[in-house]
Design a protein around this ligand. Structure first.
Ligand code: AMP
Length: 120
């Protein structure tokens, strides 16, 4: 499933490479629209990234497909229920100044403990 052809792949995008199954990731969910995998540098007991299979730069672009954005959000909620107590923080860093370092939109799902105010 990770190797389905993706016409919306961007060159030199690490998350497109993960979607294609060309580099490993610790996947916790996948379907025909999104995949989710554990962040390699976790900031909470559960720190998962939910990523659309098709390359979109950021949440502004993703919002042009409201159904996909809604699906991604519901997957995030399900992951928080499956891997933690159901409560979660959802973060879309958008733009370099706001801390976005990978320009393939991803929702950070943080869960599994009491998250401090302002903590990622
Ligand atoms: P952001 O700074 O919001 O763009 O978040 C990018 C996130 O991607 C960071 O939290 C990184 O730790 C994470 N990350 C980058 N490369 C990988 C990878 N190959 N596997 C898992 N997580 C990654």
């Amino acid at each position: 499933m990770g190797n389905t052809v993706n016409d919306h792949r961007a060159p030199d995008c690490v998350f497109c490479t993960i979607v294609a199954g060309e580099i490993p990731a610790d996947r916790v969910h996948e379907d025909d629209q999104v995949i989710a995998f554990r962040d390699q540098n976790p900031k909470a007991p559960v720190h998962v990234l939910v990523v659309p299979r098709e390359h979109r730069r950021d949440v502004r672009e993703l919002a042009e497909q409201p159904e996909l954005l809604a699906h991604l959000t519901s997957v995030a909620a399900r992951i928080a229920s499956d891997l933690a107590d159901g409560d979660f923080r959802l973060i879309f860093n958008t733009g370099a100044t706001a801390g976005q370092s990978v320009f393939h939109v991803h929702a950070h799902v943080l869960a599994g403990g009491t998250l401090a105010e302002g903590e990622m």
